[in-house]
Design a protein around this ligand. Structure first.
Ligand code: PAF
Length: 283
C-alpha cells in the first residue's frame, strides 16, 4: 500500500471510519516530526500491534512556553515523510495548525497530580499542551492503540492517566528509550549540541549508570543517590542540573526510599539545550 498523506481533520475521520468498517486495528504514533531512530522504533512497535499505522506529525504550539524553542524546533517534513514511507507507515496525518487550534480555543485538558512536579513544575504550559493535543489527536484519529516512548517518562505516565480517567478506548503501548552506541538517549533536540556539548551530554546517561550502581551496592536513600548524581553532573563545565528526582515509576510521586518500581529522572542543561533522561533501577 502506498503511504497516504492526510492533512484535514474531516478527511482523517473519513479514512478512519472506513478502516474501522473494514475491522482494521488502527495504531497511532503521535510525533512532532524531526524523526529519529527512537520514533522509528515506536512505528515498528505500532506495526506489531495494529493493522494500519498512522504517524501524526504536528509541532504542537501549546506545549511550548513563551521562551522555549517552538520557532527553532527542527522541522523537515519531506525527510520525515520519507522515513515514514521507508518504515511502512500507512498514513501520515499532518493537521493544519489553524484547524487544530481555531481562533477561539478555550478548552484544555489538565491533570492535577502526576504533572505537578518536575517537567510540570519547570515548564508550566507543557503538560496542559501535551494532554490537550493528544486528546485532540485521539478524537481525530480514533486509534485502537497509541505508542509513546519511555524517554518522556512523565508524559507517558500522564497520558496513561488521561486514557484511564477520561475512558478513552485506547491501549497505550510503551516504547523503550533508544540510545546512541555511547549511551546518549536519542532526542530531536540533540541536533542543537556542539561537538563538545555532545560529549558533555553523556553525563546524563552516565549519572543514571552511577545511580544504578549505587542501588546495586545497596544504597536505598533517594537523597544519597540524588546527591551523587548532582555532584557528578556538577563536574561537567557545560552542564547545569535542572532537576534530579527519584519517583515511583507507576504513580510518578517522589520517593524517599528507592523501592522496586522506582525510577530516576533528570533534566540537565548542556549549554542552552535542555535534555532529559531516565532509568528504572530494576530493569
Ligand atoms: O512526545 C512528543 O513528541 C509530543 O509531546 C507529542 C506526544 C507528540 C504531543 O505533541
Amino acid at each position: 500500500m502506498t503511504m497516504q498523506l492526510v492533512c484535514s481533520i474531516e478527511e482523517m475521520r473519513k479514512v478512519s471510519h472506513t478502516l474501522k468498517q473494514a475491522y482494521q486495528r488502527i495504531g497511532l504514533v503521535p510525533t512532532m516530526g524531526a524523526l529519529h531512530e527512537g520514533h522509528l522504533s515506536l512505528i515498528r512497535l505500532a506495526k506489531q500491534h495494529a493493522d494500519i499505522v498512522i504517524a501524526s506529525i504536528y509541532v504542537n504550539p501549546t506545549q511550548f512556553g513563551p521562551h522555549e524553542d517552538f520557532d527553532q524546533y527542527p522541522r523537515d517534513f519531506e525527510r520525515d515523510k520519507n522515513l515514514c514511507q521507508q518504515e511502512g507507515v500507512d498514513i501520515v496525518f499532518s493537521p493544519d495548525s489553524r484547524e487544530v487550534y481555531k481562533d477561539l480555543h478555550t478548552v484544555y485538558v489538565i491533570e492535577t497530580c502526576i504533572t505537578e512536579i518536575l517537567e510540570g513544575a519547570v515548564r508550566p504550559d507543557f503538560f496542559q499542551g501535551v494532554l490537550t493535543v493528544v486528546t485532540k489527536l485521539f478524537n481525530m484519529v480514533g486509534p485502537d492503540i497509541a505508542v509513546f516512548g519511555q524517554k518522556d517518562a512523565q508524559q507517558l505516565c500522564a497520558i496513561k492517566q488521561l486514557v484511564e480517567n477520561l475512558n478513552f478506548p485506547i491501549k497505550i503501548i510503551e516504547g523503550p528509550i533508544i540510545r546512541e552506541p555511547d549511551g546518549l538517549a536519542l532526542s530531536s533536540r540533540n541536533v542543537y549540541l556542539s561537538e563538545q556539548e555532545r560529549k558533555d551530554a553523556l553525563c546524563l546517561c552516565q549519572s543514571l549508570d552511577l545511580a544504578k550502581r549505587l542501588y546495586v551496592d545497596n544504597e536505598r536513600s533517594a537523597k544519597g543517590i540524588k546527591q551523587a548524581v548532582s555532584d557528578f553532573v556538577g563536574l561537567v563545565p557545560s552542564a547545569k542540573l535542572d532537576y534530579v528526582e527519584i519517583v515511583d515509576g507507576e504513580t510518578f510521586q517522589s520517593a524517599h526510599e528507592v523501592g522496586s518500581t522506582a525510577m530516576i529522572v533528570l533534566a540537565v542543561y548542556i549549554g542552552s539545550t535542555r535534555l532529559i533522561d531516565n532509568a528504572f533501577f530494576r530493569r
